[in-house]
Design a protein around this ligand. Structure first.
Ligand SMILES: Nc1nc2c(ncn2[C@@H]2O[C@H](COP(=O)(O)OP(=O)(O)OP(=O)(O)O)[C@@H](O)[C@H]2O)c(=O)[nH]1
Length: 195
């Protein structure tokens, strides 16, 4: 989709996982590639936003653009990643996915993208009663609000959503299996799908 940039958030510490989650594999595919593939269904331009220790590793494994969280806000979580890409790319919308949802599917991105609408500041998945702030789209007009929160050291995605006009997309809008929104924090929380 024109006017939209894809973002894989991959700047976390993976402390609970014990090694960088982006480079864990499901069915032979790196987790971050699963997110890239989903985004690829709706955008041309994709950024992987990570931290300095992983940048070289990403560059060895992907042709996508790899950038680091803006230094000023480094360590402030996904909000810093979103801020960084909004600064870098000039598109109206950015479509965010985390690097730790290995069951994510391109169809989810395709269906969600249909809800991008000038009336909203953000379009966020909220299937089965669970808001997923890292699965959704943020309009460029949220940039000033994001910056304000980061400056105030309020890093909560919820703080941003509370200040935005959000379209929450639920299972009433389109059906998806619950598993696609499962995020992996510990090594024992996922397994290959045997077909
Ligand atoms: N760009 C960016 N992404 C982040 C940052 N913190 C977390 N993320 C990403 O946000 C998603 C959810 O991260 P979490 O599972 O909450 O945190 P984590 O640091 O990866 O894992 P833990 O260290 O175990 O908490 C993952 O895709 C992370 O890579 C950050 O500071 N910058």
């Amino acid at each position: 989709m024109k006017g939209m940039t894809g973002v894989v958030l991959a700047g976390g510490q993976s402390r609970r996982f014990g090694s960088p989650k982006a480079f864990a594999k499901l069915n032979g595919t790196y987790f971050f590639e699963i997110a890239v593939e989903a985004l690829r269904a709706v955008v041309e331009d994709i950024y992987i936003v990570s931290h300095p220790s992983l940048v070289d590793c990403f560059r060895q494994h992907t042709a996508e653009k790899v950038i680091m969280d803006e230094e000023r806000y480094r360590g402030q979580g996904p909000l810093a990643g979103i801020y960084t890409v909004m600064k870098e790319s000039r598109t109206e919308w950015i479509f965010v996915l985390p690097c730790d949802m290995p069951y994510m599917r391109p169809e989810v991105a395709v269906k969600l993208a249909q809800y991008a609408n000038e009336k909203f500041d953000a379009v966020i998945c909220a299937h089965f009663g669970r808001i997923q702030p890292l699965v959704g789209m943020y309009h460029r007009r949220t940039f000033a609000q994001i910056e304000k929160l980061l400056q105030a050291k309020d890093n909560r995605m919820k703080s941003l959503l509370d200040r935005c006009h959000v379209r929450y997309v639920t299972e009433q809008d389109f059906w998806e299996d619950e598993i696609v929104f499962r995020n992996v924090n510990m090594p024992n929380e996922y397994g290959d799908i045997v077909t």
